[in-house]
Design a binder for this molecule. Structure first.
Ligand code: B12
Length: 211
């Protein structure tokens, strides 16, 4: 089964093969969610475990990430082009000190697919830049991603900065996510929403623009 082959290709850091197999799977009509979750994200979880165990190091983790990014680029049009009407604007970014962006990118694609305009500020974003972009783009939501435990205090600072309403953006709501984040933490830092994954991010964003 080719989804299993995609999983193996990520674990083999074979970017070209990932691209080839993802293209094949899409053409064969395989569900995008299956390719994503069972193929690519499942492999990244293994990579994370191997890194924790010390059997692989940062260069290998980076190669696996690049293979997944290449596969995601092929899935992107399927996730984004739904023709949905604009429902709101989301400023999105990974918090200061954190360079991980695969999950953020996925959240961005799914939000776009659900009809949100997404302004992606990238990685390592300062609290002031979230505030500035929210005002500039008249955002409804600022969505913050963080993968490191050291990102958690940065997330708290960014949420506080947005909530303080710098730049006249006091109506802006905040939404947070990433593996070290949970509902309790989101509540503790005063975020308006938390999502465990990209589909939940879309649900939360819809709720936030409705309320
Ligand atoms: C790939 C990877 C890297 C790549 C990142 C490349 C890139 N372009 O992103 C590289 C090699 C650069 C890297 C570097 C490092 N990494 Co790293 N990395 C990973 C790895 C293997 C995968 C992350 C990933 O992309 N997952 C797949 C995506 C789709 O999942 P996700 O990010 O969780 O996103 C989903 C949800 O969380 C949610 N979500 C995410 N964001 C948001 C935002 C909102 C608003 C919402 C609602 C939802 C949401 O939706 C997403 C989609 O479903 C993880 C292990 C793991 N399995 O998570 C380690 C991991 C995160 N890294 C780790 C570490 C330690 C590091 C380094 C410190 C290593 C080092 N010694 O240098 C550096 C840090 C660099 C930095 N300053 O950021 C640790 C973190 C430990 C911790 N608790 O702090 C992990 C967990 C590995 C481990 N087991 O030890 N890493």
């Amino acid at each position: 089964m080719a989804t299993e082959e995609i999983y193996q290709a990520v674990l083999a850091y074979d970017e070209d093969l990932v691209v080839e197999l993802v293209t094949e799977e899409i053409n064969a009509g395989v569900d995008v969610g299956t390719i994503l979750n069972d193929g690519m994200i499942a492999a990244l979880d293994v990579i994370g475990r191997e890194f924790s165990e010390g059997t692989i190091f940062v260069p290998e983790m980076l190669m696996a990430a690049e293979a997944v990014q290449a596969g995601l680029a092929i899935l992107r049009p399927r996730l984004v082009d739904t023709g949905a009407k604009p429902v709101g604007t989301v400023v999105l970014g990974t918090v200061r000190g954190d360079l991980h962006d695969i999950g953020k990118n996925l959240v961005g694609m799914m939000l776009e697919g659900a009809g949100f305009r997404v302004v992606d500020l990238g990685i390592d974003v300062n609290p002031e830049d979230f505030v500035g972009a929210a005002a500039e783009h008249d955002a409804d939501i600022v969505a913050l991603s963080g993968l490191l435990t050291t990102s958690m205090p940065e997330m708290e600072k960014a949420v506080a900065a947005v909530a303080a309403g710098g730049g006249g953006s006091s109506k802006v709501r905040t939404m947070v996510g990433g593996p070290p984040i949970n509902e309790e933490f989101a509540e503790k830092i005063g975020a308006d929403g938390y999502g465990v994954d990209a589909p939940t991010a879309v649900e939360r964003a819809r709720e936030l623009v409705r309320t």
